[in-house]
Each structure stands twice: as structure tokens, then as C-alpha cells.
Design a protein around this ligand. Structure first.
Ligand SMILES: Nc1ncnc2c1ncn2[C@@H]1O[C@H](COP(=O)(O)OP(=O)(O)OP(=O)(O)O)[C@@H](O)[C@H]1O
Length: 502
């Protein structure tokens, strides 16, 4: 069978599958689709990824065709079952096919992506935090626990709202050995203990140069408010920004399951919290430490307490391929959501991804720490880069090639629209249990690596993940359009998630 012929038949089969997946095909048609998929399985896609553009495109198409057979192999009997996951798989396959049907692709992709997102939103995760009603705009409204994290700009503490009842510790649920290399134990661990007593996390920003007025603080740390909920900031402050006097509150992103939500943001005097004098004396105000250089007031952000970062989780265990695929998918979902709303995170790394588990032990990831993000009213994500003083973002190791290699000059613009997706490609290695190729251990530099320098993912990683990772890490962001790229990733990742697949 020629490649052209096989692709034609793959397309035809795919159309039938979409119809079948959406419940549009009459039951009698299923046998014919199954038969065709069986025949196509004979002409499976190559496992290695060729490097020329034409070959890569053909591989891409072949892999979509290969997936048809894979789906069929996963069992048509489940089609009629209509479970949420199966429906997602078939929606995703329909979407994957949309990649190669040029005319209808954008319309179809958009609609199908929304359906897939809806499927995922239905998944149940840990109970949401207590509603914060009208309170929560001052420090006294919270009880602080231990420090749970520290970065270069802030310390984060576990906390509880004073106006919400505390749950007693349930010692019976604490697993005996927490640090064993075993996913199950971590699921148990995270669902208990301090998260129950301290369901909130409060980030206290360190304020060196912003001054101590609320307006100045909010203005200088405004990016932190990008994931803030509508009532997160007190109405008076919101009003000031709406009046345009200060431009304090930047563009906000709407809620998304894979993006952190800031429930409250307020300024207050810096308190002396546990470990402050030992761990960050220099950023305290002089009234709390003789050598402190910090301002008296600062910004506090109230979020849900997630218990683990992606980095901490991956240090303790390697997720199964199915869970890993789902994790990559979620990161891309989050990045896609931000991008559509005109936000580039610009500091994606495994410390800035938080993790929790759903009732089935499935990881849910949320992107956090928007301190370096770029927000633009016109959503273009094109940053004029006319001087070295323009901030390119955080985390130089995971800076996409088009950002890292930009040279400032008149008329130069950095396009951030695909930069976060590139960082997800780099993190895919960590999720698959390998060192990140752009960290010291492997040592590639995003500015000048060749795609052929990228190390192979473990041979046991599904071919779709290997392909997706390579696509995400292409040097030239123009080669794959954002929508195709992200949607293709969804399609393949969801297929891998099918219960009987690898
Ligand atoms: N909502 C949360 N739940 C649990 N832990 C959190 C939460 N937010 C932050 N953390 C922990 O605090 C650490 C520091 O937070 P964050 O990254 O926001 O600080 P930062 O100073 O802005 O970091 P960076 O150095 O990347 O700029 C995180 O790596 C994480 O361990």
C-alpha cells in the first residue's frame, strides 16, 4: 500500500471514528470501521522521528493513522460504554485527525478542545477550600503554620482561615513510610496531615524597593495578581485601578483547572513568621531584624495549599506512562489557556508547578508563580526588545530558543506565544524520569542546541510522547502553529491515556 493511499484510507477511517466517537454512527457501521482499522494496522508508522520537514510531516500523519489502529486495538467494545475517559479519547482522536484536514481544522479543533476541557473539568479533585466570603483581606483573618516553600522573591506558609473550623489531625491515615518510591503511598500521604488543618497557602512577597504604600506595592508586584479571582482584591483597590489612576491590577486570567487561583491579595505589615530570622533576615524590615533591608509592608497572596511541587513529587517517584502523559497534557492545557488570554508565564519549571491528587490517585497539576509573567492587552505576546534592560523573564535554563537568543535592537520583538510550550517540552523529560536536558547534568543551552542533540527519552516511553516532546522542542516556533501543536499533543496524549494502552 503506498503512503498516499494509506493516508487517504486513514482519513476515511478517522472520519468514521469521529462519528463513532460522537455517537453519530449507526451500530451497523462499527464492524466496517473495525475491519478497516485492522487492515491499516499492517502499515504501522515508523518508530523513529525523521528530521527533514517533509518526512516529519509524513510521520505525523502516519502516526495519526497508526493511532487509529491503536485505538481499535484498545477495544471497540468500550465505545458504546460512553465513559468520560473513552469519550475524551475519541474526541481527541477526532481532533488529531483535524490536524491534517486543513479546511476545517481551526473550527473543529476549537470546538473539540472545549469538549475535552469540559471532560477534564468534570474530574473530581480534593474538596475546594472553604469559601472565603467577605473576610480574608487582612493578616488577622489567618492562622499561620509552618513554612512550606521559599523562592527568590517570597516565602510561602501553610495557613488556615480563622473564620473556618479546623479539622483534627487523623493520625490513622498517616502512611508509615512516606519517602518510598511508590506512587500509591504518596497519594495517601498528600491526602492527609497538614493539608487538612492548613488548607491554605499564603505567599509573603519580599519587598525591597517598592515603598510601603499599598498602591506602590500593588503596582510593582502586579503580575502576581494575574491569576487572582474577581473578589481577590478589595473593592477600593480594584476601583482605583478601574479609574485608571494607578493601573495597579493587570489583566487577569479566568479560572482554569491547571492554573493557580489567588483567592485573596492584600498588603499588610511584615510579620515575624516561623523561621524568618534564621532563613531570610536580610529581607525583613529593620524593626524585625537589625540587618534587615526590607520595607515595612508587603503583598500577601492567599491560595489553596497544594502540598507538593512537581519537582518534589518527581524526586520521590516516577509516574507511570499514562499518568506522565496526563501530566504533560495538563501542563499544555494550562499553557494554552494562558496563551489564549494573552499571558506568557515565562518562568515555567518544576518548582513552579504544584500537584495534588484526585480520588483515583491521578495527579492534577497547576501552574503557579506569575511573578515573571508577560501580560498584554492585545494578547499578541510580542515584547519590544530594544534594550538589555527589558526583562526577558525568569529561569534562563528553560528559556525558549527564540527568547534566549534574541539580541536587543531597534524594531526587535520577542514572540512569547510558544515559549511556555517549549518549556513544557523540556519538563517532559523530568516527567518521564530523565534529567532535564537543559539543566547542568546534561547541559544543553537553549540558545544554541541542535534538535539532534536532544537525548532520547526512555525507550519505554510511548512513541506519541517522544514525538510530542520533539515537536515542542523544535528550535523554530513558526514550524508548527500553536493551535495545531497543542491540539495534536492533546490528541496523542489522550490516546495514550486509554485504559488498555501502554
Ligand atoms: N499554593 C501553594 N501550595 C503549596 N506550596 C506552595 C504554594 N505556592 C508556593 N508554594 C511553595 O513555595 C515555593 C516558592 O513559591 P514561589 O515559586 O511562588 O516563590 P518565588 O519566590 O516567586 O519563586 P521564584 O524563586 O521561582 O521566583 C514553591 O516552590 C512551592 O514549594
Amino acid at each position: 500500500m503506498s503512503v498516499k493511499h494509506a493516508i487517504g484510507r486513514g482519513l476515511e477511517l478517522g472520519r468514521s471514528l469521529i462519528q463513532l466517537g460522537l455517537g453519530l454512527l449507526k451500530p451497523g457501521g462499527r464492524a466496517a470501521v473495525k475491519l478497516r482499522a485492522e487492515r491499516l494496522r499492517g502499515a504501522a508508522a515508523p518508530r523513529s522521528v525523521p528530521c527533514s520537514g517533509a518526512h516529519r510531516y509524513r510521520y505525523y500523519r502516519c502516526s495519526v493513522r497508526g493511532l487509529a489502529a491503536q485505538l481499535q486495538a484498545a477495544g471497540f467494545r468500550r465505545l458504546g460504554g460512553g465513559s468520560v475517559r473513552n469519550r475524551a479519547v475519541f474526541l481527541a482522536f477526532g481532533l488529531g485527525l483535524g490536524l491534517i484536514e486543513q479546511q476545517e481544522e481551526d473550527r473543529k479543533s476549537n470546538a473539540t478542545c472545549q469538549e475535552i476541557q469540559a471532560v477534564f473539568r468534570k474530574k473530581r479533585f480534593q474538596a475546594p477550600i472553604q469559601p472565603l466570603n467577605v473576610s480574608g483581606y487582612k493578616l488577622d483573618d489567618y492562622l499561620f503554620g509552618n513554612q512550606i516553600g521559599k523562592g527568590s522573591n517570597a516565602a510561602v506558609y501553610e495557613a488556615a482561615a480563622r473564620f473556618a473550623p479546623l479539622h483534627p489531625l487523623d493520625h490513622k491515615k498517616t502512611p508509615p513510610e512516606v519517602l518510598k518510591d511508590d506512587e500509591e503511598k504518596h497519594v495517601n500521604f498528600i491526602s492527609c496531615c497538614s493539608l487538612r488543618n492548613f488548607p491554605l497557602a499564603i505567599k509573603m512577597l519580599w519587598n525591597f524597593g517598592a515603598g510601603s504604600s499599598s498602591e506602590a506595592i500593588l503596582k510593582s508586584m502586579s503580575q502576581e495578581l494575574v491569576p487572582a479571582a474577581p473578589l481577590a482584591v478589595k473593592q477600593e483597590i480594584e476601583q482605583i485601578s478601574l479609574d485608571g489612576q494607578f493601573g495597579l491590577v493587570p489583566r487577569r486570567v479566568t479560572a482554569h483547572p491547571n492554573v493557580i487561583r489567588v483567592h485573596r491579595a492584600f498588603t499588610a505589615d511584615v510579620p515575624l513568621l516561623p523561621g524568618a530570622q534564621e532563613e531570610y533576615p536580610a529581607v525583613l524590615p529593620a524593626r524585625l531584624h537589625p540587618h534587615g533591608l526590607g520595607n515595612n509592608r508587603t503583598l500577601f497572596l492567599v491560595m489553596k495549599n497544594y502540598g507538593l511541587t512537581l519537582r518534589q513529587y518527581l524526586e520521590r517517584c516516577t509516574p507511570s506512562h499514562r499518568h506522565g502523559s496526563l501530566m504533560i497534557l495538563q501542563l499544555l492545557e494550562g499553557v494554552d489557556h494562558l496563551c489564549r488570554q494573552g499571558v506568557a508565564h515565562r518562568d515555567l519549571k518544576s518548582d513552579n508547578i504544584l500537584l495534588e491528587f484526585d480520588a483515583d490517585g491521578c495527579q492534577r497539576l497547576v501552574i503557579t508563580d506569575f511573578g515573571c509573567c508577560l501580560t498584554q492587552r492585545d494578547s499578541s505576546l510580542q515584547l519590544p526588545f530594544n534594550s538589555f534592560w527589558v526583562n526577558r523573564g525568569g529561569n534562563a535554563s528553560l528559556m525558549a530558543p527564540e527568547v534566549a537568543s534574541a539580541v536587543p535592537g531597534p524594531g526587535v520583538v520577542i514572540d512569547y506565544s510558544k515559549a511556555d510550550a517549549w518549556a513544557v517540552g523540556a519538563m517532559a523529560y523530568e516527567i518521564c524520569g530523565q534529567p532535564n536536558p537543559f539543566y547542568r547534568e546534561v547541559g544543553l543551552e537553549s540558545r544554541k542546541y541542535h534538535e539532534s542533540d536532544l537525548p532520547a527519552l526512555p525507550s519505554t516511553a510511548p512513541a506519541e510522547i517522544q514525538l510530542v516532546t520533539r515537536l515542542l522542542l523544535r528550535r523554530n516556533p513558526q514550524k508548527v502553529t500553536r493551535l495545531h501543536h497543542i491540539c495534536g499533543v492533546r490528541a496523542m496524549t489522550l490516546v495514550v491515556m486509554a485504559p488498555t494502552s501502554r
